[in-house]
Design a protein around this ligand. Sequence first.
Ligand code: XMP
Length: 513
Amino acid sequence: MSHQTVVVLDFGGQYNQLIARRVRECSVYCEVLPYKTPLAEVLAKKPIGIIFTGGPNSVYLNDSPHVDPAIFEQGIPVLGICYGSQLMAHNLGGRVTAAEEDTAREYGKTKTYFNTSCKLFQGLPTEGITWMSHGDYMEKVPDGFSLVAHSDACPNVAICDESRGFYGVQYHPEVNHTQHGIDMIHNFLYLVCGARGDWTMGDYARNTIDALRKKVGDGKVLLALSGGVDSSVAAALLSKAVGDQLTCIFVDHGLMRKNEGDEVEAAFKDRSLNFVRVNAGERFLGKLAGISEPEKKRKIIGEEFIRVFEEEAKKIGQVDFLAQGTIYPDIIESGMGDAAVIKSHHNVGGLPDYVDFKEIVEPLRLLFKDETRALGRELGLPDYLVNRQPFPGPGLAIRIIGEITPEKVTTLQDADWIFREEIAKAKLDRDIHQYFAVLTNMRSVGVMGDGRTYDYTLALRGVTTTDFMTADWARIPYETLDLISRRIVNEVRGINRIVYDITSKPPATIEWE
Ligand code: XMP
């Protein structure tokens, strides 16, 4: 694919994925690499610019993350953000120290003054709010650098050496709280790095379709179609690329939401692709019987998926490629590269070692969720498919805490159905990006009629998010929650208590397992 690339070197800051998104919003392709990536590997990407992210460490400590200093001798522009700017200053002869209390140490929204003759701030107002989060500051700026922004407390908020294309900012331009932050990133990309803006969904679709055609040749492709956004977009992309060499297999693992199996079948049956539905509910529930550990559930489901595909593949004849709708956050959160394992998403970490296919194709692995939706629209998929809220591969298995039984699946399906129905009726389904019910493993005492009950607690979860990497809990009006709670307790047997989850991500995750 012929597009320019920016590399984001990850030093462990909390907003690193957001930086990548901002770069892509500026129509420039970008990849996040761990800071330990050997310089040769970074250079092999032929980056037009490099961005150092923030991070929790102090550059002057020996065990803090560092870079190969040769990175500054490649003629490639660098933008350092927070820790990244201190790292650049530290490497190029400046001095970074712990800020004294109440002086140069800054957290939160901070009034900042900019020198707009610096390319980074060109065309922007001379003052504005920035989002700071730093306990260290650049006491001495390296030779050749000028100070180009300051705040009331700190003289060194931004530095630059325009002759070498080096820029450092103490604040976070990638977060929305920084006014014109995206414009500063845009300036770095276009005025400093010479970006052309060649990352558009139209280009991406065309390039990917061409690349898929070349890769697949006249081979056969099997796609795991769940009916969710990701696999539906992957299906559309692959069917444009290789037509009827593609077979889509929908494995109904018996852990779908109420009526979902039939809905998926109805949505895809009449499209011009080979669609096969496999009803494997009993098989999956059998394998999951007695299992309560979340990662084990995920691995079992991931493995069973692959087995079902292999069996279906054999019926079709020689299948060369297994396609999956894996997207970028799945890869990051499954602990690829330097990131910690949060949970193994069934379509990444759960893959068994032995897979009886020549190769796995994942045409969406570079995309964030909203980019996937945009691609879906580009490919002409209908809105109801593109805007579907995400549903995890392991389905209700990871929304039933503890052991899974067929009865619990039915209970959860019925409760979740009511929740979704009422959210739609309240016209909140577009504002809340993901909402679902979780059957907890906890039972408590209640009173119904004149009798004592000892039944399960159901948790409701609703989140707002742009990329599903971070999320806030949705402020569902009390009246709606009240209605949902009363309906579920009255209509679904086995539940006598409803709670609403009010944790954001982080520290929680969106799903409960
Ligand atoms: P978490 O729970 O990790 O979820 O905050 C982030 C998003 O990913 C979805 N999710 C999955 N999607 N396979 C998937 O395809 C999985 O194993 C999986 N686990 C979580 C989750 O629903 C949310 O949208």
